[in-house]
Design a protein around this ligand. Structure first.
Ligand code: C2E
Ligand code: MG
Ligand code: MG
Ligand code: MG
Length: 284
């Protein structure tokens, strides 16, 4: 099955929406079948530690190994899937595979962290924390290696509810990251009151920081805020050496972006870190 997946992936070129290729709109039925058939898998994009210049973990990003369309990014299906009410199923599928992958890296001597994207509706589920802890226990990964990313735009206005779940997860050593920071509307009060662990600077700021003083100000402000609040800082969308150099100088803890690597199928991610020269690896 793994072999077939790999072959499919090599034979069918991924479709990049930004290059103006034909837009593919899957039907709900296809998405349903895809979930049933295990066609949704995590790809892994490395996290680079600026202090050591080494890979210390990865973010899991869902890809759909579609039977006829090749490897599809969330752009093609995430909105529809969410509207179908399948968010929690996708989360479970991706978290399960990510935990298993991370544990196998640990077994080969690489104690990486893994970050998984979740949505607010997942966190709102009464039994979310318990189910997650059960999974971690079942597959033998310590909670401290798992980070859940939630986008700032999705952060609940129901602060009490969010605080409950985040606190419960934190008590069990699971970390919560605010994704796409700067694009939503979290309040300073919320940042102070909720025990977040990490702040991810949105790629729009990283991208423009060297050409726009306002974006630079936003990056500096975010990094300062993260530091002062005791949050780990991650910059997304790092594409150039200049951005890398500057972010390191500004004290950003972790870098993520095409400069280090695109999101990779697990086998390619393993190849990358096993001979971690952290040279740009640009294939998909
Ligand atoms: P995100 O969590 O903010 O992930 C970062 C996105 O930026 C990813 O897009 C990644 O491939 C892309 N990216 C990384 N480095 C660079 C770079 O240097 N330049 C540019 N231009 N882009 C870069 P992707 O994989 O298409 O995912 C899009 C969004 O879909 C994610 O944004 C996340 O919000 C959501 N998503 C992805 N996987 C999952 C999942 O398993 N569950 C849920 N609920 N959402 C997911
Ligand atoms: Mg993310
Ligand atoms: Mg992001
Ligand atoms: Mg995003």
């Amino acid at each position: 099955k793994q072999l077939i997946a790999t072959l499919n992936q090599q034979m069918l070129a991924p479709i990049n929406p930004k290059k103006g290729k034909q837009h593919y709109q899957p039907t709900e039925q296809e998405i349903y079948q895809g979930l049933k058939n295990g066609e949704f898998v995590p790809y892994f994009q490395p996290h680079l530690d600026t202090k050591t210049d080494k890979i210390t973990g990865a973010e899991a990003l869902v890809r759909w190994h579609h039977p006829t369309q090749g490897v599809l990014s969330p752009y093609y299906f995430l909105d529809t899937l969410m509207k179908m009410g399948f968010s929690s199923i996708l989360t479970e599928v991706i978290i399960k595979q990510s935990i298993l992958a991370c544990r196998s890296w640990h077994q080969s001597g690489f104690n990486f962290h893994i970050s998984v994207n979740v949505s607010q509706s997942d966190l709102d589920k009464q039994d979310f924390a318990d189910n997650l802890l059960r999974l971690l226990h079942k597959y033998g990964l310590q909670s401290k290696y798992l980070t859940l990313e939630i986008t700032e735009t999705e952060l609940s206005s129901n602060i009490g509810k969010l605080l409950n779940t985040v606190s419960r997860l934190r008590l069990n050593d699971i970390k919560i990251s605010i994704d796409d920071f700067g694009t939503g509307h979290s309040s300073l009060k919320q940042l102070i009151d909720t025990p977040f662990s990490e702040l991810k600077i949105d790629q729009s700021f990283t991208k423009n920081m060297l050409t726009s003083s306002k974006h630079m100000a936003a990056v500096k402000f975010s990094l300062m805020l993260a530091k002062q609040l005791g949050l780990k800082s991650v910059a997304e969308g790092v594409e150039t050496i200049e951005q890398k150099k500057l972010l390191k100088e500004l004290g950003c803890d972790i870098l993520q972006g095409y400069l280090i690597s695109k999101p990779l199928a697990e086998t390619d991610f393993i190849k990358l870190f096993k001979n971690d020269t952290t040279e740009p690896l640009l294939h998909h």
